[in-house]
Design a protein around this ligand. Structure first.
Ligand SMILES: Cc1cc2nc3c(=O)[nH]c(=O)nc-3n(C[C@H](O)[C@H](O)[C@H](O)COP(=O)(O)OP(=O)(O)OC[C@H]3O[C@@H](n4cnc5c(N)ncnc54)[C@H](O)[C@@H]3O)c2cc1C
Length: 248
């Protein structure tokens, strides 16, 4: 029953991403057909810097739908069920998560919150509970099997697994959905675990497609102010009310 650390891997993203976004924007303003332009685009007729500048300019005007044509797929492990419950609330995405029905959790890994890890008394109590939950899982699984539940024993025994139970998930989002996800989950208001995962995803996106993601991140980075109330603001940027009452 080891403690598990976060890992985020970029599995794949839509190929020729910049050109695809550029072509999609171009189709909106171009009298001709971008299907005729595509091969020339891939052959380098329009330099990448020119494509990037065009995309940046149109995107900053708030015209966002063309970035939906490019998607990123990530594999994530070393996250808790508490995290994935929050993650799957993002509906404009696709998910494939490790099943607690089919995968035996007898040797369940778990996620230890850093604040718990720092306090020996809290850590000892936390780990004792994890051991107890693991024992209860195995006992119930065994009893159910002895009573004819067979391969279905896991799906009932899992009811005693805690939010801390480690899980693995594959997630796919398009660029527009990712930008929205980063606005919410890279914010200091977001819970620490999902923020750590979102920060890793953003770093991978920035490397792969900087034209879209260089300016990605918490909402305040784009707005230049914090849209939260004073009580929730991390203080990195002034809140909107402060700017409005002191516009210098
Ligand atoms: C700091 C923080 C605290 C939170 N606390 C809670 C909490 O206490 N309880 C709780 O239940 N949730 C909570 N949430 C989850 C939050 O309410 C959202 O469910 C979650 O962030 C997904 O965001 P989304 O709906 O914008 O994303 P997506 O589901 O990916 O949707 C993206 C966008 O599509 C549009 N959209 C999608 N579906 C619809 C629809 N049915 N109707 C209209 N427009 C739609 C919206 O514009 C939406 O922003 C919290 C989130 C954060 C970041």
């Amino acid at each position: 029953m080891p403690q598990k650390k976060l890992a985020v891997t970029l599995l794949s993203h839509t190929p020729d991403a910049l050109s695809l976004i550029y072509a999609s924007f171009r189709q909106c303003y171009h009298a001709g057909y971008v299907g005729d332009l595509w091969e020339r685009l891939l052959a380098g007729e329009t330099p990448r810097e020119k494509q990037a500048a065009f995309v940046e300019r149109i995107l900053s005007s708030g015209h966002e739908s063309p970035v939906e044509h490019v998607s990123f797929s990530f594999a994530v492990e070393g996250v808790s069920r508490a995290l994935t419950h929050q993650l799957v609330r993002h509906r404009i995405a696709s998910y494939s998560q490790q099943s607690q029905r089919y995968v035996d959790a007898s040797d369940m890994d778990y996620i230890l919150p850093p604040a718990v890890a720092r306090i020996p008394e809290a850590r000892a109590r936390f780990e004792a509970f994890i051991r107890e939950a693991g024992e209860a899982y195995k006992d119930i699984q065994t009893i159910l099997k002895e009573n004819g539940r067979g391969a279905k024993a896991n799906e009932d025994a899992r009811f005693v697994l805690p939010n801390a139970a480690e899980t693995k998930i594959v997630v796919t989002m398009n660029c527009r959905s990712l930008l929205h996800f980063f606005e919410l989950r890279c914010c200091m208001r977001a819970q620490w675990e999902i923020r750590a995962m979102a920060d890793r995803m953003l770093a991978l996106c920035r490397e792969a497609l900087p034209v879209i993601f260089a300016a990605g991140g918490a909402k305040c980075e784009r707005l230049g102010y914090c849209p939260e109330d004073e009580q929730f603001s991390c203080g990195k940027y002034p809140i909107r009310e402060k700017i409005l009452s002191n516009p210098s």
